[in-house]
Write a protein that binds this ligand. Structure first.
Ligand code: NAD
Length: 345
C-alpha cells in the first residue's frame, strides 16, 4: 500500500483522483484549505480507513513537511484556479501558486519523494501555433493584465520543478492539463461547462463570453485522472512535461447550443462582451488544442469519452442540485437525451 499525498484533494480533480487512488489500494492523505474545494467532494471518502483529510494550506511549511515526510508519492494539485478567481484575488494567485508550490517541490526534493505537478494549458498563453506541443513557445500578454499571472505562476512552478530535477534529482513529472470537466466541477469560478449547464437547467440565459467563436477542448475528469495515474507508474516520465487533454475541439457557441439541446432548455444564448464579463481589456485565447502524441506514445493514453457524453454526465450530476435550489423539478425534456439514447453519437 503506497501512501499518497494529494494537495488540493478536496477540489474537483483532486477528489476524483483520491477515489481512484483508494480504488487502487493506496492510502490517501489530503491537504486542502477548502478555499475553492468543498468538504462535500470528499464526504463519501471520509469514513474510509485509508483516507485522511487535513485542513490547512500548502503555505504552512511545518504542516506540509509533516505530511510529505510520511508519504511515498505526491500529487500537487492545490492552486488558485479559474480566470474569474485569478482576477479577483491576484495576490493569492501568485503567492499560493508560486510560494506554495515552492514549498511542495522543496520538501519533495529534500525528502526524496516523487511528485506529479498539475500544470495547465494556460502555460502556452496566446500562442497561435496549433495544436500545442510540449516544447512550443509560450506567448503572454503584459503584466498589467492580471489574467496572465496564472499562466506565469504555473510557468514558474514548471521551471522550479525542472530545476529541482536537474540540480537535486527530484523525481518530478509535469502534467499540463487542458480544460478538464465533469461531475463536481463548479461554475462559481468561471468554469464554462457547469455554468452553462446550470443556466440551461434553470431556464436562465446561457451567457457566452466574447463572440463565442473561441474554441476549447474538454476532457472528462475520469480520463484525466487515468492519465495522471499512468504517468506516475512510468519511470521514463520523470523529468518530463506532458500535455493531458482531449483534442476534440468545439467553439464555445457550439458548446452552448449542445448544452441547450441536451438539457431540452428554452434558455436564450446571450453573448456578453469580455469587458463586461471580466474586466476592460481582457485577453482570451482563440484556440487551445492539445497535441497528446507524447503521452499517447509513452503510456498509451487516449481519452475515452467524447464531448457529448461528457456534457451528458455533467447534466445528470447537476440536475438534482439545480432542482433543489430552484425548488421545482426540472422538466422531463431536461433529461439528457444522449444518456437515454446511449450517449456519444
Ligand atoms: P479546484 O479549485 O477544484 O482545486 C484546487 C484545490 O486546491 C481546491 O480544493 C482548493 O481548496 C485547494 N487549495 C487552493 N489553495 C490552497 C492552499 N493554499 N493550500 C491547500 N489547498 C489549497 O480546481 P481543479 O480544477 O480541481 O484544479 C486542480 C489542479 O489542476 C490545479 O493545480 C489547476 O491549476 C490544474 N488545472 C485544472 C484545469 C481544469 O480545467 N480544471 C485545467 C488545467 C489545470
Amino acid at each position: 500500500m503506497r501512501k499518497v499525498l494529494v494537495t488540493g484533494g478536496a477540489g474537483f480533480i483532486g477528489s476524483h483522483l483520491c477515489e481512484a487512488l483508494l480504488q487502487r489500494g493506496d492510502e490517501v492523505f489530503v491537504l486542502d484549505d477548502l478555499s475553492t474545494g468543498q468538504i462535500e467532494n470528499i464526504a463519501h471518502l471520509r469514513n474510509r480507513k485509508a483516507f485522511h483529510f487535513t485542513l490547512g494550506s500548502i503555505l504552512d511549511f511545518p504542516l506540509l513537511e509533516s505530511l510529505i515526510k510520511k508519504t511515498d508519492l505526491i500529487f500537487h494539485l492545490a492552486a488558485v484556479v479559474g480566470v474569474q478567481k485569478i482576477i479577483e484575488v491576484p495576490v493569492d494567485t501568485i503567492e499560493i501558486n508560486v510560494l506554495g508550490s515552492h514549498n511542495v517541490l522543496n520538501l519533495a526534493a529534500r525528502y526524496r519523494k516523487p511528485c506529479l505537478l498539475a500544470s495547465t494549458s494556460e502555460i502556452y498563453g496566446k500562442s497561435t501555433k496549433h495544436p500545442f506541443t510540449e516544447d512550443d513557445d509560450a506567448v503572454y500578454g503584459p503584466t498589467t493584465k492580471s489574467r496572465w499571472s496564472y499562466a506565469c505562476s504555473k510557468a514558474i512552478d514548471e521551471f522550479l520543478a525542472l530545476a529541482y530535477h536537474n540540480a537535486q534529482d527530484l523525481q518530478v513529472i509535469i502534467a499540463r492539463l487542458f480544460n478538464t470537466t465533469g461531475p463536481r466541477q463548479t461554475g462559481r469560478y468561471g468554469m464554462v461547462l457547469p455554468r452553462f449547464v446550470d443556466q440551461a437547467l434553470r431556464g436562465e440565459p446561457i451567457t457566452v463570453f466574447g463572440n463565442g467563436h473561441q474554441t476549447r477542448c474538454f476532457a472528462d475528469v475520469s480520463d484525466v485522472v487515468r492519465a495522471l495515474l499512468l504517468l506516475v507508474d512510468r519511470p521514463a516520465a520523470i523529468g518530463q512535461v506532458f500535455n493531458v487533454g482531449n483534442p476534440e475541439e468545439v467553439s464555445i457557441l457550439e458548446l452552448a447550443r449542445l448544452v441547450k439541446k441536451l438539457t431540452g432548455s428554452d434558455s436564450e444564448i446571450r453573448l456578453i462582451p469580455y469587458d463586461q464579463a471580466y474586466q476592460p481589456g481582457f485577453e482570451d485565447m482563440d484556440r487551445r488544442v492539445p497535441n497528446i502524441g507524447k503521452i499517447s506514445e509513452l503510456v498509451g493514453f487516449k481519452p475515452s469519452l467524447r464531448l457529448r457524453e461528457i456534457v451528458a454526465r455533467i447534466i445528470e450530476s447537476r440536475r438534482e442540485q439545480v432542482e433543489e435550489s430552484v425548488g421545482l423539478p426540472v422538466t422531463a425534456e431536461a433529461q439528457p437525451h444522449s444518456l437515454r439514447a446511449g450517449a456519444g453519437e
